[in-house]
Write a protein of this length. Structure first.
Length: 217
């Protein structure tokens, strides 16, 4: 059975330290293994353009950051692709069969909450043991069965909320797919699939709610 797990982790978070120092928001939009020791992360920095530039300068100097490539900046949002030494939480989960729902590196709280889907209880034990060896304190906040039909990822919820607020689903539409893609920072083709996937899950959940329970005989 798939399980959704909320795990408190107390670990250093240089990105959020920089964010607080300069009064900007920094989030990990995506990540991929770079090699056995490194990670590639796409960061999104939001805030005052001058503060964003100062934050990027600090990130480039941060320990563990090997490379940083700044994307074209918007009015208040700038993408930054960084190659970093693999964080402890990423090391711990590298051999486990999990899917991240909420990255703890996005949290300004300490301890941060790490939410993920795990297939086996042994994966959770393995992650906690590895984090303990790295000196990272952990505490299980919640373990519950995954409601696969009702679950939307955090990113899907954010995009759907923006699409609704901007009138994408209105008739006639108040914003085009291209305009919405620029707003949320996702390619139109990818955005279209995200919206379709989210709509399918919402509709399936609605069907399940409206379908009457079979009568007992």
């Amino acid at each position: 059975m798939l399980r959704q797990i909320s795990l408190e982790v107390t670990t250093e978070n240089e990105f959020q330290t920089v964010a607080k120092r300069h009064g900007v928001a920094i989030s990990v939009a995506d990540c991929r293994p770079f090699n056995t020791k490194g990670m590639t992360m796409l960061l999104e920095l939001t805030g005052n353009p001058d503060s964003i530039r100062e934050a990027i300068f600090d990130i480039r100097k941060s320990g563990g950051v090997r490379q940083a490539y700044e994307g074209e900046d918007g009015v208040e949002k700038t993408p930054l692709l960084v190659v970093v030494d693999r964080p402890s939480i990423c090391k711990a989960s590298s051999d486990a069969a999990i899917i991240c729902l909420e990255c703890p590196l996005n949290s300004q709280d300490d301890p941060a909450v790490w939410k993920f889907i795990a297939r086996r209880t042994s994966d959770l034990r393995q992650i906690m043991a590895k984090l303990s060896r790295e000196g990272v304190k952990t505490r299980i906040e919640d373990v519950s069965p995954l409601d696969q039909k009702a679950t939307l990822t955090v990113r899907q919820r954010e995009i759907m909320s923006t699409a609704i607020a901007r009138g994408y689903f209105d008739f006639p539409r108040k914003i085009s797919l291209t305009g919405l893609s620029q707003l949320v920072g996702v390619k139109p083709s990818t955005l279209s699939e995200i919206l379709r996937s989210a709509e399918r899950r919402i509709m399936q959940n609605a069907v399940d709610i409206m379908t009457p329970e079979p009568k007992q005989t």
